[in-house]
Design a protein around this ligand. Structure first.
Ligand code: AKG
Ligand code: FE2
Length: 836
């Protein structure tokens, strides 16, 4: 779930590694089936005619060509599932209307025509009718050359393709080894027309083989509950390789020193057996695999899978050593939504509507807000809201529960890329605390922009560790089980993390076998996973020997704040963790006052009285407030009524004016303070002229008593501010805030003006916008209630937003927190559990 936190992910500071040569396994395992099935074709066709009908009826301002482009010409490759642009022989003229959209489609959703050969770059092959997948060669000669380059044992080529020989910041973009796979039916057909007697590329058989593979995939999807993983891909690859380059199988087996077959766990054995059975049940593959005419080499036993054992061995070798997942690049549609749908200036209203229509393609079953007939403004707001929410669902579908069919969207759009590079992976070691991951920088050309990204600071020369596991949040034992499945039953991981977690001998003080950098990496990783207790333990271990390390002091306090966010549950308070985090920042301030992050927290504490005034008795009479409000969702959110605003219109104007003046005379409105979901804002603790108005007049005497009343706080419970800022939405700049949760247990928003259209706080569970009048306030469970800033369609909207936590104040809580802290430090490593 996206949270509007202030803490940046650790990868943000990471250096980029160097690019190395890889071979992409295209995501053809997805999409081809579902989109190619009769049912979805039927649905698509129905949808197309419905849309065309609608458009014809609608208006004259839709250009026919664009219409045709959108609805007639996008097809999916039957095999790879990629969106294709079908071009009639007479090429399209430049589309004049709606330039952004068709250009985008041409650039991102379709491939360029014609694709250059991946080996010689020749683009003379103009006869393509379908413009299709990457991974093509203009001739068998090029293809063979490319393969030779990939597997040539020549030392210089080895050197060039060896990632371990790359220096960290060298921008050595090596010539990409060509992808080995090129499964596009039309390509094969084209070969068909030119083919000589090369039986190795017997087209009918190849097409049959592909269809069989697709059928295998169907079975696999059923078998694996639609979660295709490495194993299934390994099957594909194994089989494909056997089809296109049988000789390679043999080479690979000979170069593999381990006894893969012996290592197989029961799970693995049954899976491989299943796969083998399936493979054999498809006659065309078997024919291809066992045909004696595949090559000029007469000794077929060397090249082909003659037995289950051989299949199994190859399968395991490939799975363990050659394939890895790559960080997912955005699907072009997602990218498109992000880039254009949400920006005010790039698309006209008509274009945006058409784009939204594309997003209504049957593969994107998104429920959309009904269009209101009331006013054009209202319709515009709803259109923008649809666009905003759609873009959000598309990019965050996997992490959100809300929205029907979201996982379906994700499975259609999710491009799981795998890379396949035997050399590199034979040299790379697995680590559960990876130093590097493979990342695609430019989704429109993933192959060329694939590069290593270092995840955290590493010791010189140590860029060889990546993670074979997709999921690293698990504890030592569950990871070990997964790794044994992958590498064999006798595999024991000896990475820093496993060594640390398996170490029960009390290496937690004295002479550590782990360097400070290693411990920091482990702690940062735990932080990324949200394993805050583990992170705190590790940071404290580092602090034993480096008590004044500002980064570590700050990180420890941030981890405790993370614990506070997680521990806010049934108890109705943060179990002392929020206050403990604040005390840690205060203590850190006394040691490293010039550390910028620590100084910032100390400033905020001073202004909002988060630490020093806490020991003051809470005056329960301050829990009553005269302000009237309505309650929604059983007390999860509140809106003050028009009759009793918290601020007068003049006070609101003063706040806007002061904030604008402050921004004009300083570095301006900030747009990056909140990492995941940034607002255009300015923090209140920076605007000195507002301190008194905000803290005395507003917070202590009005908002806090009101919140105490709304949230029924009494006794030692106090509500405390973590962050407060003035926000500016502008219809020509940042007009909305996507759905998110706050870094708070409760948040409040005060409306400062009304000279705009749209806007307000959209609460998803309520399915409506809450907009108090000027000076009024919306308060809600910001850390658990999904909400968005609704789009502003004209004018500028200002509001004050604040993130708060409820915690216990006083002796007892402080003691409890201390005890917890001690328990935590002495406890055995807590493997992912939150304490509290
Ligand atoms: O604009 C709004 O009403 C919502 C703002 C918000 O949720 C935030 O800044 O976290
Ligand atoms: Fe928020």
């Amino acid at each position: 779930m996206i949270s509007k936190g202030t803490h940046k992910p650790l990868t943000d500071t990471a250096d980029k590694g160097c690019a190395v040569g890889w071979c992409f396994i295209p995501s053809w395992t997805r999409g081809a089936l579902s989109c190619g099935s009769d049912r979805s074709k039927q649905e698509h066709d129905n949808n197309v005619s419905r849309k065309r009908q609608k458009l014809m009826e609608q208006s004259s301002h839709h250009n026919n060509k664009l219409e045709r482009l959108l609805f007639d010409e996008i097809r999916q490759c039957d095999v790879c599932g990629k969106n294709l642009l079908y071009r009639p022989a007479t090429s399209c003229e430049e589309e004049s209307i709606a330039e952004a959209l068709p250009k985008f489609i041409e650039k991102h959703i379709t491939c360029q025509s014609p694709l250059p050969c991946r080996w010689c770059n020749d683009t003379s092959d103009k006869n393509n009718t379908y413009i299709c997948c990457e991974s093509m060669f203009c001739s068998d000669k090029c293809r063979t050359r490319a393969e030779c380059a990939l597997y040539d044992d020549d030392a210089t080529t080895m050197q060039a393709n060896d990632p371990t020989s790359c220096s960290r910041d060298a921008e050595t973009k090596l010539l990409m080894p060509p992808p080995k796979l090129f499964f596009c039916r039309n390509r094969f057909q084209e070969r068909d027309s030119n083919r000589n007697n090369d039986v190795a590329y017997d087209l009918d058989l190849a097409i049959e083989a592909i269809q069989s593979l697709v059928a295998i995939e169907t079975k696999l999807r059923v078998l694996c509950g639609n979660n295709l993983g490495l194993e299934e891909c390994a099957l594909m690859i194994t089989t494909i390789i056997s089809v296109v380059s049988p000789w390679w199988v043999d080479d690979f087996l000979q170069s593999f020193s381990g006894d893969a077959h012996q290592d197989g766990s029961a799970y693995e054995e049954s899976l491989t057996e299943e796969l083998w059975t399936m493979a054999r049940s498809h006659w065309s593959i078997v024919m291809l695999l066992q045909s004696k005419e595949r090559s000029n080499d007469t000794d077929t036993s060397k090249r082909l899978f003659m037995s289950y054992e051989m299949f199994c061995q190859t399968y395991l070798c490939i799975k363990r050593q050659c394939i890895s997942r790559v960080a997912l690049p955005d699907h072009p549609l997602i990218q498109y939504s992000k880039d254009t749908l949400l920006s005010a200036d790039k698309l006209s209203d008509i274009e945006r509507d058409l784009a939204l229509d594309i997003l209504e393609h049957p593969c994107l079953p998104i429920s959309r807000h009904a269009q209101s007939k009331t006013s054009t403004d209202q319709q515009s707001i709803i259109r923008w809201r649809n666009a905003a929410h759609t873009a959000h669902w598309l990019s965050n579908a996997a992490s959100l529960e809300e929205g029907k069919g979201v996982s379906q969207i994700q499975s259609h759009l999710g491009r799981t890329y795998f890379v396949f590079s035997p050399w590199a992976y034979r040299k790379m070691q697995h680590s559960c605390c990876p130093v590097a991951m493979l990342d695609v920088q430019d989704p429109s050309s993933p192959l060329d922009s694939l590069s290593w990204m270092s995840l955290h600071d590493v010791e010189e020369g140590n860029l060889t560790f990546y993670s074979t596991l997709g999921y690293l949040e698990g504890d030592t034992r569950s990871r070990a089980v997964e790794l044994k499945k992958l590498f064999g039953s006798d595999f024991t991981c000896s990475c820093t993390r496993c060594r640390y977690e398996n170490d029960n001998t009390g290496n937690k003080s004295g002479t550590l076998p782990f360097s400070q950098l290693q411990l920091k990496s482990l702690a940062d990783l735990a932080m990324q996973h949200g394993r805050f207790a583990d992170a705190i333990g590790l940071y404290e271990l580092i602090l034993e020997s480096h008590p004044c390390d500002g980064n570590v002091l700050h990180a420890r306090a941030a981890a405790v704040l993370g614990t506070a966010s997680n521990s806010f549950g049934d108890k109705g308070h943060c179990n002392g963790h929020f206050l403990r985090a604040q005390r840690l920042w205060k203590e850190a301030g006394s040691k490293c006052s010039d550390h910028p992050e620590i100084a910032l927290h100390v400033d905020k504490q001073r202004m909002y009285g988060t630490v020093d005034s806490l020991d003051d008795e809470i005056d329960d009479s301050s829990s009553s407030s005269n302000i009237q409000y309505s309650t929604h969702l059983n007390g999860k959110c509140f809106v003050t009524s028009k009759a009793t605003p918290l601020l007068s219109e003049d006070e609101c104007q003063l706040i806007i004016k002061t904030a604008e003046e402050h921004c004009n005379s300083s570095t301006g409105w900030t747009t990056t303070r909140h990492y995941a979901v940034p607002t255009t804002d300015i923090p209140i603790h920076e605007i000195t002229k507002l301190h008194d108005l905000f803290t005395k007049k507003l917070w202590s005497s009005k908002i806090r008593p009101l919140l105490r009343q709304q949230l029924k706080l009494n006794g030692n419970r106090q509500i405390l501010i973590h962050d407060a800022f003035v926000v500016r939405y502008d219809s020509s700049k940042q007009r909305y805030l996507p759905p998110h949760l706050d870094e708070s247990s409760h948040s409040f928003i005060i409306a400062l003006n009304s000279e705009f259209k749209g806007g307000g706080t959209y609460i998803h569970e309520l399915e409506r916008v809450l907009s108090p009048t000027v000076g009024g306030m919306v308060s809600f469970e910001g850390g658990s209630l999904l909400h968005s800033g609704d789009p502003v369609v004209s004018g500028i909207r200002y509001c004050i937003v604040a993130f708060c936590y409820i915690d216990n104040v006083g002796e007892q809580t402080a003691k409890t927190a201390e005890v917890e802290k001690d328990n935590n430090t002495n406890a055995p490593f807590s493997f992912g559990f939150q304490f509290g």
